[in-house]
Design a protein. Structure first.
Length: 255
């Protein structure tokens, strides 16, 4: 499984991009910066986007990639998410007010956007990947995912603070090779992290130790808020006994 970092920050500046990852050039995880980071031919090659929740920094470029793919006539793009997230996208995003309803606009031989529901804790095939969703602790309905290609599994936390069921699912996953894990605020902003449903390095460490072998799991950290980047990185560097790495926009991995 190939993993490419498109966006790995909790906010945007000229040097920061919001959440989006690319698996095997075919499957995106969230859509914070798909069109700002992918050339047109790469946008056309994409087959599906798995969406964790409907906050704008995770869905924004669904709008622009739908527009581009429609003009390119590159075929339908599957947007796979839980029922709650799909309902939010239908009502508040692709609603012919904020943005055209691209589920009704063709892109070649089918509609530009096709929604696929992922039931919680029920493995679902999304363009050949086995995707399992579990609810995590955020301010809106949000899912973490395990994405399995049959040989390799990748965990993705979604936006979350401390949670338990996600770790139970990861502990039961035999193919888990890496984890994309959020951390957003420094420890001094613990109150802000709690009310906004995010991690600090302190709560991140406590949650990572819920995994059966935390020292052996490559944990790739994303979603740090740009004003706190240096501070959070320093606090994460002080954590001992865990296999953690703060992501950068240039990062790519073979899992």
């Amino acid at each position: 499984m190939e993993l490419r970092v498109l966006g790995c920050h909790g906010g945007e500046t000229p040097r920061h991009r919001t959440t989006a990852f690319l698996v095997d050039d075919r499957l995106a995880i969230d859509a914070g910066c798909l069109t700002s980071r992918l050339e047109l031919e790469d946008q056309a090659r994409l087959k599906a986007v798995v969406v964790s929740h409907a906050h704008l920094d995770h869905i924004r470029d669904l709008a622009t990639i739908a527009d581009n793919r429609c003009q390119l006539e590159s075929g339908s793009l599957i947007v796979a998410a839980t029922r709650a997230t799909i309902e939010h996208l239908r009502a508040h995003f692709f609603n012919d007010k904020l943005w055209p309803d691209f589920t009704l606009i063709p892109a070649g031989d089918g509609p530009t956007i096709v929604f696929q529901e992922i039931s919680l804790e029920t493995p679902t095939s999304v363009i050949g990947y086995r995707v399992t969703a579990v609810p995590v602790s955020h301010t809106v309905d949000t899912a973490g995912f395990v994405i399995d290609d049959g040989k390799t599994a990748l965990g993705f936390s979604g936006d979350t603070g401390p949670t338990d069921r996600f770790w139970q699912m990861l502990n039961a996953e035999p193919h888990l090779k890496a984890l994309l894990m959020e951390v957003s605020f420094p420890n001094r902003a613990q109150g802000l992290a709690e009310i906004s449903g995010h991690h600090t390095p302190a709560t991140l460490e406590a949650d990572l130790r819920k995994y059966r072998a935390p020292e052996s799991l490559p944990t790739l950290l994303y979603h740090i808020k740009p004003p706190f980047q240096a501070e959070v990185e320093k606090e994460c560097a002080r954590i001992k006994g865990l296999n953690i790495q703060v992501l950068d926009l240039k990062d790519q991995f073979i899992l």
